[in-house]
Write a protein that binds this ligand. Structure first.
Ligand SMILES: *[C@@H]1O[C@H](CO)[C@@H](O)[C@H](O)[C@H]1NC(C)=O
Ligand SMILES: *[C@@H]1O[C@H](CO)[C@@H](O)[C@H](O)[C@H]1NC(C)=O
Ligand SMILES: *[C@@H]1O[C@H](CO)[C@@H](O)[C@H](O)[C@H]1NC(C)=O
Ligand SMILES: *[C@@H]1O[C@H](CO)[C@@H](O)[C@H](O)[C@H]1NC(C)=O
Length: 328
């Protein structure tokens, strides 16, 4: 066991909150800074900032882990903890089940998790940041179910498109009434079916009124579909950059989406509704020559503050910044 830095609860004066990350851009480390991106205080923007906010393990113990067994042990239970993953870990289809009040942070961009799922199920207040998660055979990279207040930030999630569509499952799947979730500053790439919000046509009773999600400043690349697919829920999408994503935002079965200042390059269906039973309000987007074919929607505003940048500035702001580019 190498729980290297357990800090006794009595020493709370030693600022046990999550460390402030630095961002590496052009080889220079700078304090990360608000606008449209990650808040310098390490707080989410978007739906994860609602419902009391998402603070993860802030105020709890600090733990560093390097193996799957250490990670499994550290993320259990509901006590607040900031868990830093210090080295790459490979699994074989395992499910790492994360309890409430946890921050799971990749130490730096060298940390790669492979072939196991991070599952947030029946939990509240979870932050997962700065991790590469790849090639999870037969499972999702991250699965959020029956949970509220989850912030997924600065992730790099991927597999490959060399296998059939169902060899891997999803990259980020938010299902079973998951609610108040923000997916931000992440690179979501090289995959068939990237992100599923609401898993089944017949799950209306559980999902309706939930699945409130924000996706912002993400870099989506080389994806066939689900950028994301959203059933029943409420989705806010801003300042995302999509490159070579065939089927982008698919709003369906009563979902309402607000889609602002995103950019698509080389996309067949940037914003659409497979069943025309949903609505989209779209403004300031660059659809890259394709179009918005979703029915007009009703979601004209969201209940939180956020800063938008113009579509023309999105590529420069997102490409190279999105992903596991932080250091803790
Ligand atoms: C932080 O944001 C302010 C504007 O809000 C800007 O003037 C400043 O240059 C930014 N600093 C960094 C390090 O990006
Ligand atoms: C940044 O986080 C602080 C503390 O949680 C919050 O008060 C502030 O509103 C946040 N800023 C943005 C732009 O979300
Ligand atoms: C963890 O979160 C739950 C709510 O999900 C809360 O009731 C509980 O007090 C928290 N525990 C700690 C130790 O912070
Ligand atoms: C991934 O995990 C599966 C079990 O789910 C296992 O069969 C497979 O060999 C693993 N693949 C790699 C590349 O480790």
């Amino acid at each position: 066991m190498r729980f290297s830095s357990f800090i006794p609860l009595g020493l709370s004066a030693l600022a046990l909150a999550a460390p402030t990350p630095t961002i590496k851009k052009n080889g220079i480390f700078a304090r990360q800074n608000g606008t449209g991106s990650t808040n310098s205080s390490g707080s989410p923007i978007g739906y994860a900032s609602e419902n009391g906010g998402t603070t993860g393990g802030a105020g709890g113990s600090a733990v560093s882990v390097s193996t799957l067994a250490e990670l499994q042990a550290a993320v259990k239970g509901d006590e607040a903890a900031v868990i830093t993953i210090a080295s790459s870990i490979k699994g074989s289809g395992d499910n790492v089940k994360i309890g409430s009040n946890k921050s799971i942070l990749g130490k730096d961009s060298s940390v790669v998790l492979e072939n196991f799922t991070l599952t947030v199920k029946g939990a509240k207040n979870v932050i997962i940041r700065n991790l590469a998660i790849q090639k999870v055979v037969g499972g999702d990279a991250i699965a959020v179910q029956k949970s509220t207040n989850v912030w997924l930030d600065h992730l790099d999630v991927s597999s490959d498109r060399d296998h059939d569509k169902d060899y891997y499952d999803g990259l980020i799947d938010l299902t079973h009434a998951a609610d108040f979730v923000t997916v931000s500053n992440s690179k979501i790439h090289d995959h068939w079916k990237a992100s599923l919000v609401g898993h089944s046509d017949s799950n209306s009773a559980e999902d309706t009124g939930h699945l409130r999600v924000t996706y912002h400043n993400n870099h989506w690349e080389n994806i066939n579909s689900r950028g994301p697919s959203l059933r029943f829920g409420t989705g806010h999408f801003f300042n995302n950059y999509y490159n070579a994503v065939s089927d982008g935002i698919n709003a369906r079965l009563g979902a309402q989406v607000l889609v602002e200042n995103n950019v698509w390059v080389d996309s067949k269906k940037p914003l659409y509704s497979v069943d025309n039973d949903a609505g989209a309000v779209a403004s300031g987007n660059d659809f890259g020559g394709a179009g918005n074919t979703a029915p007009a929607g009703t979601l004209k505003s969201v209940p939180y503050k956020y800063d938008l940048i113009e579509a023309s500035a999105v590529k420069a702001a997102v490409v190279g910044t999105a992903g596991n580019t932080l250091t803790f």
